[in-house]
Design a protein around this ligand. Structure first.
Ligand code: S3P
Length: 442
């Protein structure tokens, strides 16, 4: 990704947030929609696709490997796939921008195709560990040359036919699970992922939806055994992408903490493997009402009505972490406004996201006057009991969209304005974040 000029943005104490918004499509489902459609035989149609930079990086990569991907004026995306096994050698390096999901899932696809691809990305992505996918994909026969520390830039030389694998996940990661399952798509026989801690299950649902033979068995210990039969033929699909709960999260918390707010957020995906934040905020006393619960594209969805609430700090059960792994930055902001102490543990994975989200959030919250203690795997936050935060600082966003949006929300409840050093990363996952916020402030 080319360098850009930093765009600082300042957020100040807000009038009540009121109205109804619809949030953009789910990022995880959008990536998978493009990848699986590009591997189907025939034409797939996708509506509600998230048009953020991360997903556009996946689209560009699938095009570079032979798929035809077009956006119609109506907003519908039309994809002609190459068939499993049919990916072509890309002519240039695949630019993954800021996107860990694109990188890890596409490494899985390339690993079992007879092609070689180089993956490059921005400074944030180039600092993130890829060893977690290099290990299983190498066991399947891919030849991977990475930069020191198992990082980008790296080159994957795929092997076809690849060697089927039974792989026990050493960390709770849907990206690693998905990389192995996607490599398994073009591998003869059965590829198995053993998942002791359940993570988002969009890959399983969608692979099945596209016609792959995939089974999930849960053993006596609650460990999931996911098996996919390779050399699958995927059937083209028509997909409606539900709204992203991880994007909704910023408006849920904003409505809870800005006095006088009453906001309805339409079309929020509530897959149980993603819905932990709503549960935790309700346990803190958040007034969040689920309206018109329904199914969109095979996923549970509802509209959420959220009203300003007096929150109380709690001890967050580490077992819910995987179902809200991307929501901790904004939960920390909610905790900063709660009465009493919020304790989080078991969050070591937050250190290897787009930034080290434990240390970056701790530093930022301290800079705006919140009392925070950082441990190895969590934060303890002492809340204001609903009083505005002191604010009055410039926050380093570290090229991390969720850090930027979390401190934007913090600015809405701060006495002195909060400036984000560069707002541009927000466009990776939520291009109309600021426009939606403005629409609620009238
Ligand atoms: C994602 C999985 C999660 C999440 C990321 C999207 C996915 O990452 O943080 O934003 O789409 O599979 P991990 O697999 O690293 O937990």
């Amino acid at each position: 990704m080319t360098d850009h000029t930093a765009t600082p943005r300042t957020f100040s104490a807000s009038v009540p947030l009121q109205g109804r918004i619809a949030i953009p499509g789910d990022k995880s489902i959008s990536h998978r929609s493009l990848m699986l459609s590009a591997l189907a035989v025939g034409t797939s149609r996708v509506t509600g696709l998230l048009e953020g930079h991360d997903v556009l990086a996946t689209a560009a990569a699938m095009r570079a490997m032979g798929a035809t991907i077009e956006r119609r004026e109506s907003g519908e995306w039309v994809i002609d796939g190459v068939g499993v096994g049919g990916l072509l050698q890309p002519r240039e390096a695949l630019d993954m921008g800021n996107s860990g999901t694109s990188t890890r899932l596409l490494m899985g696809l390339v690993a079992s195709h007879p092609i070689t691809a180089t993956f490059v990305g921005d400074a944030s992505l180039s600092g993130r560990p890829m060893g977690r996918v290099i290990d299983p994909l190498s066991q399947m026969g891919a030849d991977i040359a990475a930069s020191p520390g198992g990082r980008l830039p790296l080159m994957v030389r795929g092997l076809a036919p690849a060697i089927p694998l039974s792989y026990r996940l050493p960390m709770a990661s849907a990206q690693v699970k998905s990389a192995v399952l996607l490599a398994g798509l073009n591998t003869p026989g059965i590829t198995e992922v053993i998942e002791p801690v359940p993570t988002r299950d969009h890959s399983e649902r969608m692979l099945r939806g596209f016609g792959a033979e995939l089974t999930v068995d849960t053993d006596g210990e609650g460990t999931r055994h996911i098996r996919i039969r390779g050399e699958a033929e995927l059937q083209p699909q028509t997909i409606v992408v539900p709204g992203d709960p991880s994007s909704a999260a910023f408006f849920i918390v904003a409505a809870l903490v800005v006095p006088g707010s009453d906001v309805t957020i339409a079309n929020v995906g509530l897959n149980p493997t993603r819905a932990g934040l709503v549960e935790v905020l309700q346990a803190m006393g958040g007034d969040i009402e689920l309206l018109d619960a329904r199914e969109v594209g095979g996923e549970p969805v509802a509209d959420l009505r959220v009203r300003h609430s007096s929150l109380s700090g709690i001890d967050v059960d580490p077992a819910v972490a995987p179902s809200m792994i991307d929501e901790f930055p904004i939960l920390f902001v909610a905790a900063a406004l709660a009465a009493g102490r919020t304790v989080t543990t078991g969050l070591d994975e937050l250190r290897v996201k787009e930034s080290d989200r434990l240390s970056v959030m701790a530093a930022g919250l301290q800079a705006i006057g919140v009392e925070v203690e950082e441990s190895e795997d969590g934060l303890v936050i002492h809340g204001s009991g609903g009083d505005p935060l002191p604010g009055g600082a410039t926050i380093a966003g570290h090229l991390d969209h969720r850090i930027c949006m979390s401190f934007a929300v913090a600015g809405l409840v701060s006495k002195a304005p909060v400036t984000i050093d560069d707002i541009a990363p927000v466009a990776t996952s939520f291009p109309n974040f600021e426009a939606l916020l403005e629409s609620l402030r009238r």
